[in-house]
Unconditional design. Structure first.
Length: 338
C-alpha cells in the first residue's frame, strides 16, 4: 500500500491479469485489508470538497495509477477538493480494491479508478465483489490498442498476418501486456474466423516485456497499448498493422482494424466509481466533481502525455454501457475456454 500526494511519471504499463491469482490471493487479501483501514482513516466526514481518497487498484506506475494521480493533481491545483490523496491497493486484477471500496457504504468521499481490466477481472476471477457493488460515476478516457509485429516480420499488412495465423494458429505466438490485450487478440481471432482456443498467447508482465518478447523472437505478433508501443514504432523497431478503434483517430497514422475488414474495436476505457449506498444528491455531486476535474488544463495536459482519448459517459448511458461491456467481455472469456 502506498499513500502519496506527489505526482508520478506516467509510464503506461498495465499489470497483467491472466494467470496472476494462483499463489497470490492470500497476500493480496492481506494488502487489501490493511489498505481498507487507510481509506477509512484518510477520509474524515462526508464533505467531498473537504477531503477525497482516490483508490488505484494496482501498484504505482500503471494506467489506473496514472488516472488517480492526474485526477488528484487536477482537483488540488484548481481547489476542487482541499485534501486529496491516492491509495494504491494492488491485487487480483483490481478486485481486492473493488472489494474494499464496496464495503464503504454511504461514504461519498472515496473514489475507485477502474476500467475494462477491472470489469474483466471480476469475470475471470469470479470475484465476490462486482461493479454492481459500487456506484458508477463516469467513464472519462479510453486508450487504444495497436496490432504490431517486429519491423523485419514478413507480415506487412494485417491481412498478411491473419493469413499466416490461419495456416497454423498455434505456430504463430502472440503476446500482450495484460488481460485486456488478450481480449483484443481473442476478438481479432473471432473476426478472422480463428478459434481462440487454438491460439498461442504468451502473457507478458506489462507493455515493455511484451515488446521484448517481439524483439527477441519469442512472439511473432502482439496487441498492446498505443502509448506503450509508439516509441518503438517511431524508432522503426516495430511495424504497426492496425489500430483497434471504432474509427480513424486524428494524429495517429495507423489504419484501423475495422477499415481493413476486421470488426475489432474493444477499447481500454478508464472509469471512476464511488461506494454504494449514496443518496442521489451525493452521486450527482460526485459526478459533477469528476466532470469539473476532467475539464481542467491539468487534465488536458495529462491526456496529451498519456495519449488518452476523451470519452465521457455518465448517468443512464453509463449504466447501459457497463451492462453491454460485461456481456461482451464475458462472451470473449467463454470463447477462450476460461
Amino acid at each position: 500500500m502506498t499513500q502519496t500526494d506527489s505526482p508520478q511519471p506516467p509510464p503506461n504499463r498495465r499489470r497483467t491479469v491472466i494467470g496472476r491469482v494462483v499463489g497470490g490471493v492470500i497476500a493480496a487479501a492481506a494488502i487489501g485489508t490493511a489498505a481498507a483501514g487507510s481509506i477509512a482513516s484518510a477520509s474524515t466526514g462526508n464533505d467531498i470538497n473537504a477531503s477525497m481518497t482516490i483508490v488505484a487498484p494496482a501498484a504505482a506506475g500503471g494506467g489506473w495509477d496514472g488516472v488517480a494521480r492526474e485526477l488528484q493533481q487536477a482537483q488540488k491545483a484548481n481547489g476542487l477538493v482541499n485534501n486529496v490523496q491516492v491509495v494504491n491497493m494492488p491485487g487480483a486484477g483490481g478486485t481486492i480494491a473493488l472489494g474494499n471500496v464496496s464495503v464503504l457504504e454511504g461514504q461519498p468521499n472515496n473514489m475507485l479508478v477502474g476500467g475494462t481490466g477491472l470489469l474483466a477481472a471480476t469475470i475471470q476471477f469470479n470475484s465476490s465483489a462486482t461493479l454492481d457493488d459500487v456506484t458508477p460515476l463516469a467513464v472519462v478516457v479510453e486508450e487504444y490498442d495497436v496490432i504490431v509485429v517486429p519491423a523485419d516480420s514478413p507480415y506487412e499488412t494485417l491481412d498478411d498476418l491473419v493469413q499466416g495465423w490461419k495456416e497454423d494458429p498455434k505456430a504463430l505466438p502472440w503476446t500482450g501486456g495484460g488481460s485486456f490485450d488478450q481480449l483484443v487478440v481473442t476478438d481479432l481471432a473471432l473476426s478472422a474466423g480463428i478459434d481462440p482456443v487454438d491460439t498461442t498467447y504468451i502473457s507478458s508482465d506489462g507493455g515493455g516485456e511484451a515488446i521484448q518478447a517481439l524483439l527477441n523472437g519469442t512472439a511473432k505478433a502482439a496487441a498492446g497499448g498505443y502509448p506503450d508501443n509508439i516509441d518503438q514504432i517511431e524508432a522503426g523497431r516495430l511495424r504497426a498493422l492496425a489500430l483497434v478503434a471504432n474509427e480513424p483517430v486524428e494524429g495517429i497514422d495507423i489504419p484501423t482494424a475495422i477499415e481493413q475488414g476486421y470488426d475489432v474495436s474493444l477499447t481500454n476505457w478508464r472509469s471512476l466509481s464511488a461506494p454504494s449506498g449514496l443518496e442521489d444528491s451525493e452521486r450527482e455531486a460526485l459526478t459533477e466533481l469528476v466532470l469539473e476535474s476532467v475539464a481542467t488544463s491539468e487534465w488536458a495536459d495529462a491526456m496529451e502525455r498519456y495519449h488518452w482519448n476523451e470519452r465521457i459517459i455518465t448517468g443512464d448511458e453509463l449504466d447501459a454501457f457497463l451492462k453491454d461491456e460485461e456481456t461482451r467481455i464475458r462472451g470473449l472469456y467463454e470463447e477462450m475456454g476460461l
